[in-house]
Design a protein. Structure first.
Length: 317
């Protein structure tokens, strides 16, 4: 291919050489005009060549500097993940609207206008900091603060001996075991044990984690919520999704969301995606494995869901 390219350039080079020699024997004024025209003709190609050389040099510099290249790749990856999360949010919103339309289609619209009442319980998201490795070690060793049991400051032995991630909120903030822990719109796990000042988090993959879950499969009309089951941690990289009926249509790549939804928390949050699904002959339920959306508690801040009695109901009495 390179040989053919060189051969194709020979006539062009020869023509340019003859033109250059010819201009030596032309009158000065005519030569100036021809030289100006030739300069204008080759100027775009010259600029293109300069631009190409600049781009090649820039690409070589990026290859010579892998740290800068890796940083840009990390930035692009973060942008892609952000767009994916945004798209998933829109898909879930559309699926919820589709559910409401189906209910209205099935039952019709009431002929009377209803007056919304105050809910009995209201959700609250408490922000908590995840203790880093150094602070975690100091806290477990009892050396992080300068007060001891004589001052009435003592953490639960159960919390101190637990090796799960620790957050800096406990009983004093109204936390209790079993409360969900989120990072954005994804579920990290649940509160496992609660001390006076800190609590531990049971992650999705930890043994003993159980949570109601619901399938969400992609269709030609958008995301559609499916059957509900139980997401269970097994101490392995993947979670087990149990009790999904054999008749339920599903496939690898389908999303799994929280299954508990009521008026206080109508928006489902993301557990992860199905990575393996098998249906044994004659089985009543699928064998499903789910990869968590967040497999490690790497965020510095998480949100913990608390449900509290609505104070407006008390004021209305």
């Amino acid at each position: 291919m390179a040989t053919n390219f060189r051969k194709s350039m020979i006539p062009t080079a020869a023509a340019l050489s003859l033109a250059a020699l010819g201009m030596l024997f032309l009158p000065a004024k005519v030569g100036d005009v021809l030289r100006a025209g030739l300069h204008d003709a080759i100027l775009p190609g010259h600029r293109l060549l300069q631009l190409t050389a600049t781009e090649i040099e820039s690409a070589l510099n990026r290859l010579r500097n892998p740290a800068e290249n890796a940083a840009k790749m990390d930035e692009l990856t973060a942008d892609v993940n952000g767009w994916k999360a945004w798209c998933r949010q829109l898909q879930v919103g559309n699926a919820l609207l589709r559910e409401q339309i189906d209910v209205l289609t099935q039952h019709g619209v009431s002929p009377y206008r209803g007056t919304p009442g105050q809910p009995l319980m209201v959700p609250e998201l408490l922000q908590a900091a995840v203790l880093g490795t150094e602070s975690d070690a100091l806290w477990r060793a009892g050396t992080l603060i300068d007060k001891g049991t004589a001052d009435g400051v003592a953490e639960s032995t159960l919390v101190l001996e637990d090796l799960r991630p620790i957050v800096d909120q406990g009983k004093a903030a109204g936390l209790a075991a079993g409360q969900p822990v989120y990072c954005g719109r994804s579920v990290i796990g649940k509160i496992a044990t609660v001390g006076r000042w800190t609590s531990t988090v049971r992650r999705l993959t930890d043994p003993g984690f159980r949570g109601e879950a619901q399938l969400a499969r992609k269709t030609s009309t958008g995301l559609v919520f499916g059957a509900r089951g139980i997401l269970e941690g097994r101490g392995k990289p993947l979670c087990r999704l149990k009790y999904m009926p054999a008749a339920e249509p599903l496939s690898v790549g389908d999303d799994v969301y929280t299954g508990t939804r009521d008026a206080t928390m109508p928006y489902p949050l993301h557990y992860g995606r199905i990575t393996k699904a098998e249906l044994q002959p004659g089985a009543l339920h699928w064998d499903i494995w789910v990869e968590p959306a967040i497999d490690k508690v790497e965020s510095q801040v998480v949100q913990i869901l608390r449900r509290r009695f609505n104070p407006l109901r008390q004021l209305a009495q």
